[in-house]
Design a protein around this ligand. Structure first.
Ligand code: DX5
Ligand code: ZN
Length: 219
């Protein structure tokens, strides 16, 4: 099996015990922490913002993979840098001047990623791919945890892998939404480098063990 990174999504964690959840992730074989920022406009849900990220940063030993599901995200790039984002992902659908957005994220010293919604074609990445540290493919419509993986995402992953090779680009492919212990192997085999999983980890009795199970074929 190909190597991959695991980025548990805190969206499904127990927010009343956030510090304990972060310590659990520190002690786990997870690679990053995935933070879903929603504004109730770009997506039909609201989560948390910079003050919470700042607290998470204080405790986390792992990189913060921050997924912005907000309109006009450029307004807040400096804030997200200041509160500790390491990787900042912006939606193709939310950035009118995407090249400028990606350039600014990098200027601020963060790694820049572009996100595509399930309906947005891979071809739209052709002229930005070489600038990106990572492309995040949504395999559900963003807004909520615990949704079902959209199977067409597998075709998109393969198409993106082809485009990356064609351009001799270095960027990673992250897949977010509906990733479970039952389907993650085929997602990795299709070409994913980073998997986000929320519900499949935090809705289990022992998230630490579940994280280990995700990584098991590699050991
Ligand atoms: C959805 C978010 C995801 C979400 C994934 O809008 O971007 O990161 O937390 O949750 P699961 O793994 O439960 O589908
Ligand atoms: Zn996400």
């Amino acid at each position: 099996m190909r190597n991959f990174l695991l980025s548990p999504s805190l969206l499904s964690c127990d927010f009343t015990n956030l510090e304990r959840e972060i310590q659990m992730l520190n002690n786990s074989v997870a690679d990053w922490l995935h933070l879903d920022i929603m504004d109730g406009v770009f997506v039909p849900n609201i989560t948390f913002g910079q003050p919470v990220i700042k607290q998470i940063k204080k405790h986390s030993l792992k990189p913060l993979d921050v997924h912005l599901m907000i309109t006009d995200p450029d307004r807040y790039f400096d804030d997200f840098k200041n509160c500790g984002a390491d990787i900042l992902s912006v939606h193709y659908e939310a950035c009118t001047h995407l090249h400028r957005s990606v350039t600014r994220i990098k200027e601020l010293g963060m790694k820049a990623a572009v996100v595509l919604n399930p309906h947005t074609p891979i071809a739209n990445l052709e002229d930005i791919i070489k600038e990106c540290y990572m492309i995040l493919l949504m395999s559900v419509n963003p807004g909520f945890g615990g949704q079902k993986f959209i199977e067409n995402s597998l075709i998109k992953i393969a198409k993106l892998r082809e485009m990356i090779d064609k351009h001799n680009a270095q960027c990673l492919i992250e897949v977010d939404g509906g990733v479970t212990l039952d389907n993650y192997c085929k997602i990795v085999e299709a070409g994913a480098d980073v998997l986000v999983a929320g519900n499949a980890i935090f809705a289990t009795d022992n998230p630490l063990e579940t994280i280990k199970k995700f990584k098991k074929p590699l050991f």
